[in-house]
Design a protein. Structure first.
Length: 418
């Protein structure tokens, strides 16, 4: 078949990310399932979650102490008579009279006429009397009924990724099962005649396949279901077979074979499959040869199946997955789109580089709060897997900078966000 090659299309990082986000916004998950709370951890909610009652359902004591009327303890020290006790879960709530106090535990329901809790630390008790050493203001240490949420308030939107706080919220409204979106199936195809699988002994000039496994790990962390294909040789017939198989998944990630080399055949074979390329490179390092496109699929070719051609150098593969693959997997999971979230840290040692590319350089961040400091990991370029394993983050260098001085605050992306 005659293949018409589309001209190369190299975008800035921002443009490329925008293109991916635009396509991602058209994608929907392919199904839903009902899961128990623990199985739903990390999944994306497919239904809204509502408050089944007011939160808190009663005026809740936020401290161990004494329920009082604040007016009685404006002048201190004040002596009050202790007339009862309320523990958490207590159903019978005694009345509170003037110049009286009721001993109350955190989580107990405050009496109707109490408007504050005096912390036990500010009282001294002798028999049935307490002396209060500190005044309290109205509402102090009491969370009023419905202050956190009112019955039928929407607490979680569909599209929310379920982490521990969301799981706790679902539990608190009595939802032991949650409707979540199905995980997208993400096919992984590593290419290269030099690449052998992990259980084989590589020849002197061969290397083991690590990209399939780093990608599988990243797909799992992003909420996808990895589908691992056999390694594709740099030979068009078998490559085409495996690409076709990979395109049956919801998304196909190809690693390697997208650079300018004579045996980088991925784009050529994808063109034969009527691929449309949205970009064929981005001005980033590592990962410049990143390719994003789609092929027609489904009935009468009305749908599109997306693929990424990720450069095969292992750190390029990792970084381009994090920057471009991840948002597409999120979209296929039905998650509300998220921007990349950066930290800032003070650079320990100056960086000298060249202008033109946005760089994502493996680095180690240490210290905390305003002492956060970061320094680059020495690396031998984007093939250096050991440097990626030593790093806990990537420092971002903007394309207009040739030099960044020690002491400057620089943007940092945590490795875990990739
Ligand atoms: P490519 O993008 O195919 O030109 O590959 C770039 C570099 O990445 C080459 O040095 C490859 O040997 C290496 N590489 C390609 N695929 C893999 C893989 N699956 N695992 C580890 N390294 C790879
Ligand atoms: Mg290759």
């Amino acid at each position: 078949m005659a293949v018409s090659f589309q001209p190369s299309r190299i975008l800035t990082f921002e443009e490329a990310r925008h293109v991916v986000e635009e396509h991602a916004s058209q994608l929907r998950p392919h199904g839903r399932e009902l899961l128990g709370l623990i199985d739903a951890v990390g999944r994306v909610l497919a239904e809204p979650i509502y408050a089944d009652r007011d939160f808190p359902p009663f005026p809740r004591a936020a401290r161990d102490g004494f329920a009082v009327r604040s007016a009685d303890v404006q002048k201190v020290p004040a002596t009050l008579e202790v007339t009862g006790e309320i523990k958490a879960g207590e159903a019978h709530i005694p009345e509170l009279g003037q110049r009286q106090a009721i001993s109350i535990m955190t989580g107990g329901a405050a009496p109707a006429r109490a408007d504050a809790i005096v912390m036990v630390e500010y009282t001294s008790r002798s028999g049935s009397r307490i002396e209060v050493a500190r005044a309290v203001s109205t509402g102090e240490n009491i969370v009023s009924k419905g202050a956190e949420a009112k019955r039928e308030d929407k607490l979680l939107e569909p599209g929310t990724r379920l982490s521990y706080a969301e799981i706790a919220l679902a539990a608190s409204v009595g939802r032991s099962r949650l409707l979540v979106n199905s995980k997208p199936r993400v096919a992984v195809l590593s290419t290269g005649d030099e690449v052998v699988d992990v259980d084989l002994l590589p020849g002197p000039t061969q290397i083991r396949n690590s990209n399939t496994y780093s990608l599988a790990a990243q797909i799992l962390a992003a909420g996808g279901d990895p589908v691992l294909l056999p390694i594709a040789p740099d030979e068009p017939t078998r490559l085409r077979e495996l690409l076709t198989e990979g395109l049956e998944a919801d998304l196909l990630l190809i690693a390697g074979g997208v650079s300018m080399g004579k045996y980088d055949l991925v784009e050529q074979v994808l063109s034969e499959l009527e691929a449309e390329f949205f970009f064929t490179g981005a001005l980033i390092q590592p990962g410049k040869p990143i390719v994003f496109g789609s092929v027609p699929s489904g009935e009468a070719h009305r749908e599109r199946k997306y693929f990424f051609g990720l450069p095969g150098n292992p750190i390029s593969t990792m970084v381009t997955f994090g920057l471009f693959g991840r948002p597409l997997i999120s979209a296929l999971s039905g998650a509300t789109p998220q921007k990349l979230m950066f930290l800032r840290a003070k650079l320990k040692t100056a960086i000298k580089t060249k202008i033109g590319l946005r760089r994502f350089l493996p680095a180690a961040i240490s210290g905390e709060f305003e002492q956060s400091a970061v320094e680059l990991i020495a690396w031998q370029g984007s093939g250096d897997i050991a440097s990626a394993a030593r790093a806990n983050c990537f420092v971002i260098v903007t394309p207009d900078r040739e030099r960044i001085e020690a002491g400057e605050w620089v943007p940092v992306l945590l490795k875990s966000s990739f």
